[in-house]
Every structure is written in C-alpha cells, then in structure tokens.
Design a protein around this ligand. Structure first.
Ligand SMILES: *Cc1c(COP(=O)(O)O)cnc(C)c1O
Length: 380
C-alpha cells in the first residue's frame, strides 16, 4: 500500500476531531439563516411552534409517545430524576466511567451517586448492580457511553425485581439499540443532549427527554416551565429549562440527517475495527451482533497509550482520551469518599483508552491515515 499524506486543515490537524466547520459550511449556514429569517418575525420564541414540531419529530424518530425539549442533556437527566422524586438522602446507581454531567444531575437533586464499575464496552457492569442496592436506592441511571449500550434487558430485570425506576443517559447514543429496541426507551425516560459535539447537534445547548408514560411526560413539561400547568397555575416547583426556539429551528433542519450521520459513523467504525484488529498492540472493545452501536466516540484499547496519543497528534491526528481521569478520582467528587482502586476496570480503561475521529465528515484517506499512523507507531 502506498503511503498516504494529507494536507493540514485550518486548525493545524490533518484528521480533525470537530466536524462543525464541514457540517455548517457557508452554504448550509445560509440555509439555516433563511429559516431564521422566516421564523424571527413570528416572535414565537417561548416554547414556540418549532419546539413543538421538533418534539414531535424527535418522538417519531425514537419511537416514543412523548419528547420534551429542555435546555441541555444535563437538565434532561436532572428533571427526570426530580420527576421521580429523587431528593436528599437518596442514592442513585450509575456508571463509574461517565461524563461529569451524569453525576452533576444526581448531585443537583441533593442525592448521592453510587458508582458501579464498567465492562469492556464502557457501560456499567449489570452483574454488580444488585450488590449496590440499599434501602436508600431511589433510581438506576445507566449511561450508554460512546454510543455503546448498557445491557438493558438484564438491567430492567433487576430494576423490576427491586421495584426501582430507570432513567437512561442516552446522550451519546442516539439511535443505538439492542435487538431493535432503542436507547432511551427501556426505562421510565431517556435523556438526550443536543450539544454541538453530539450526534444530533444544534448551535448551542439543548436537550430532549423521551418517554411513553403520559403522566411522567406531563410532570416533565411542568418542571421545565416553572411548574406551570397553564399561564396562571403553578402546580409544583419547577425551573426554567425550556428548549430555545431558535435551536429547535436548527434541530428541525438537522433531524432528517441523523440516519445518515449514524450510518456513516458505523461504516467508519467498521473500517477502523477491521484494519486496527490486525495490529496486535491494539484491542477492540467487545462488539455485539444484536446491538446497534452508534459510535458517538470511536474508542480502542492501546498499549503505551500516552506515547501513541502524542505520536498521533504529532502526525496530525486529533485523537483524544475519554476520560483520562476517572470521575470518582476527581477533586470535585472527593466528598463521596471513593478512593483509588475502587473501580479497577474503569482505572485500567482510563490508562489504555484512546479515541479516534470517526465522524461522518471524514474521507476515506483520513481513516486510512489513522490506520497507517497507528501501524507506524508500533512498527507493524
Ligand atoms: C453530553 C453528555 C451529557 C450532558 O449533555 P449536555 O447537553 O452537555 O448538558 C450527559 N451525559 C453524557 C454521557 C454526555 O455525554
């Protein structure tokens, strides 16, 4: 195979992490600004028509009865827990390796996060959940990290046995599924993020909650809008967490592309899986034939990870680590009393994981360049 070299992109890399400059090219920006020009004169800015339309389309895409727009993925989780009645003294079981927002949503409800170590697919190890349940446990909060899936059928059996509600953090797993059942549809509700770096992304913060439970949906709609039932009736204490109408305009523009985004990421990941599997120093996470993994992040385990990361960056590949310091060891979480070694799989993964760009705006040569560079590093 001939050696590939690639031109430097504007941010100094040859294979960029961010797809935003390509996704929102000058021409696409104009398309969206035209939609803004039509919408702005309506003044329908507070839970307006674009929000209702986006909610309906989102619910149809996931296949749930309801979708409720909120102002971030974090708030989607926070309000879901609040709607369950999670509060001071309660415990919520979640994954030891996740993004801080999952734990922040628990903490903002004054509850305590109880971590469970993860498996080789980065999601919580369902076999360890029962050992963590106490009389204070109020909910289970699995995280479908990196577009992988928690073993939801097994987790739901445990939840039912103990009468515990489940809230899914599906922020990184839009359109992921197990045997055709989508992420976010197993538990009482599923939470999605519309952050610029998520698979369905808008131009600022945004989030969405999906549920099939009519009563739960009603409570969530009230919670995101000051606890108002109608203009003059406050029926519970809520907050202002409305999805911005302009962001819903962007969301409506993008939502038709989510299948393309997902399928392209899966194709890119399949290529990288096949090629990187030939390199003995690289190990792939477990793949499952009955699960659709949507590769929000493409992560593999690598020997001499830090050296490989530095080498890739020097060669112009914007690789990253998700996440180099496990959450339970972060200074801000010291109050929960966890100590180094509590979650050995999470620790091992933090030392060996590396994330490569696999997004839908990469071209074939860029993917081949990743493989070439990793092979070059290990001399294979
Ligand atoms: C992004 C993310 C969130 C929070 O979403 P925001 O929209 O940024 O608030 C929560 N959990 C996980 C796993 C995420 O990746």
């Amino acid at each position: 195979m001939s050696r590939i070299d690639l031109p430097l992109q504007p941010n100094g890399y040859k294979v960029q992490w961010s797809y935003l400059p390509r996704q929102f090219s000058a021409e696409k920006i104009e398309e969206i600004l035209d939609l803004f020009r039509k919408f702005v004169p309506t003044g329908d800015f507070t839970l307006g028509k674009p929000v209702r339309e986006f909610e309906q389309r989102f619910a149809a895409m996931i296949g749930t009865r309801h979708a409720i727009g909120v102002n971030s993925g974090t708030d989607a989780l926070k309000l879901s827990l609040k709607a369950l009645g999670v509060g001071p003294g309660d415990e919520v079981i979640t994954a030891a390796n996740t993004f801080i927002a999952t734990v922040g949503a628990i903490a903002e409800n004054h509850a305590r996060p109880v971590f469970v170590d993860c498996t080789d697919n980065f999601c919580l190890d369902v076999d360890q959940v029962e050992g963590r349940i106490t009389e204070r446990t109020k909910a289970l909060l699995p995280v479908h990290l990196a577009g992988q899936m928690t073993d939801m059928p097994a987790l739901m059996r445990i939840a039912q046995k103990h009468g515990l509600p489940v809230i899914e953090d599906s922020c990184q797993c839009i359109l992921g599924d197990i045997d055709g059942r989508r992420a976010g549809t197993f538990g009482r509700s599923g939470s999605f993020s519309l952050h610029p770096l998520k698979n369905l992304n808008v131009w600022a913060d945004g989030g969405m909650i999906v549920t099939d439970d009519d009563d739960f949906a009603t409570v969530l709609r009230q919670l995101r809008n000051h606890g108002l039932k109608d203009r003059d009736s406050v029926v519970r204490m809520g907050c202002n967490s409305r999805l911005d109408s302009l962001q819903a305009v962007v969301g409506n523009w993008l939502i038709g592309q989510v299948d393309f985004i997902t399928d392209t990421r899966i194709r890119n990941a399949t290529y990288l899986d096949e090629e990187l599997a030939r390199i003995p120093q690289v190990r792939l996470p477990r793949r499952f034939s009955n699960r659709k993994l949507v590769f929000h992040l493409y992560i593999v385990f690598a020997e001499r990870r830090d050296e490989l990361l530095a080498f890739c960056k020097e060669k112009g590949i914007e690789a990253k680590v998700h996440y180099p310091v496990p959450l339970y060891l972060q200074d801000g979480l010291r109050c929960y009393g966890y100590t180094r070694g509590d979650f050995p799989v999470t620790d091992r993964q933090a030392d060996t994981m590396i994330s490569f760009p696999a997004h839908e705006h990469l071209v074939e040569e860029q993917l081949a360049y990743i493989v070439q560079t990793v092979g070059e590093f290990y001399g294979v």
